[in-house]
Ligand binder design. Structure first.
Ligand code: C2E
Ligand code: MG
Ligand code: MG
Ligand code: MG
Length: 272
């Protein structure tokens, strides 16, 4: 009896696996089409300066409104895109669209905002990345110093020498660089220094609970001290409460993002 139950369970997993794989394949084809049919659009989340309380920038976060399935999270479709060259197509679209939108807001509304764009690890291997960034800046007139490219800590640590070369080519265009999701990888102070970054973003998992836990607050305190020691601007991700915000300000954190300060919204909603 146990045996037949076990076998039934195995078949169940088999069917589930096949369905997952089919869904994946369909999604990948849908995503290819989405790029060309306006289903992808950037949401913008405010980045707030903790000394002045003012919005100083926005992070572009890609959204996919699927015609049948509705909103699909980037946590789902970015990894899918990263499995092929599709990520480079998406990445170029995001760069072009967001620099254009931000440049228009800066000149049209006189908003002195900087733009943060996420880069995937695979884009660092794309020989067209640096020219694409240069083109986006030249076409839109967005000042290079108003663009920060965010790369996750794990992507940066994958292969420091190759990544360092692309990053320095990007830097020579005048754009700024941020290490994203800091704390989830294993980078050392020496590696951080060698990469000549501008900004360090503390991962949300370290921010959640800082107002309740002295240990959690101590870790964030030491990340801020370390980052400031190598002249990095520190941004806290995922600030969800007024208590967290007050504590981060007290600890000398430079900037913050989070639902408490503003959710990611379409440009037309954020800048009504
Ligand atoms: P990320 O760059 O670390 O972005 C922060 C994520 O945290 C975003 O999720 C944002 O919506 C979410 N978030 C912001 N504040 C809060 C908060 O207070 N609480 C909680 N619970 N979450 C908060 P999202 O938009 O789902 O994006 C997930 C990830 O997908 C991003 O993480 C980034 O790695 C990737 N991604 C998004 N857009 C792009 C893109 O255009 N290109 C690439 N390569 N990756 C992207
Ligand atoms: Mg980011
Ligand atoms: Mg992050
Ligand atoms: Mg992240």
């Amino acid at each position: 009896q146990a045996k037949s139950r076990g076998r039934g369970r195995f078949e169940f997993f088999d069917v589930a696996l096949r369905e997952r794989m089919q869904r994946r394949l369909r999604m990948e084809q849908d995503l290819r089409d989405a790029v060309h049919s306006g289903q992808l659009w950037p949401a913008y989340q405010p980045v707030v300066d903790l000394r002045t309380g003012e919005m100083v920038g926005v992070e572009a976060l890609l959204r996919w409104t699927h015609p049948k399935h509705g909103a699909i999270s980037p946590a789902e479709f970015i990894p899918l895109a990263e499995e092929s060259e599709l990520i480079n197509v998406l990445g170029k679209y995001v760069l072009r669209d967001t620099t254009r939108e931000l440049a228009a807001l800066r000149t049209g509304r006189g908003l002195d905002l900087s733009l943060k764009v996420n880069l995937s690890v695979r884009q660092l291997d794309d020989p067209h990345l640096v020219p694409a960034v240069r083109d986006a800046l030249a076409t839109t007139g967005l000042p290079p110093g108003s663009l920060t490219l965010e790369v996750t800590e794990s992507a940066l640590m994958r292969d420091t020498s190759a990544a360092a070369e692309v990053l320095s080519a990007l830097r020579s265009l005048g754009v700024l660089l941020a290490i994203d999701d800091f704390g989830t990888g294993y980078s050392s102070l020496a590696q951080l220094r060698r990469l000549t970054l501008d900004t360090l973003k503390i991962d949300r998992s370290f921010i959640t609970g800082i107002a309740e836990s002295r240990d959690a607050a101590a870790i964030v305190t030491s990340i801020i001290a370390m980052a400031h020691a190598v002249d990095l601007t520190v941004v806290a991700e995922g600030v969800e409460t007024a208590e967290e915000l007050a504590l981060l300000r007290e600890l000398g954190c430079d900037q913050a993002q989070g639902y408490h300060l503003g959710r990611p919204l379409a440009a037309a909603e954020l800048f009504q």
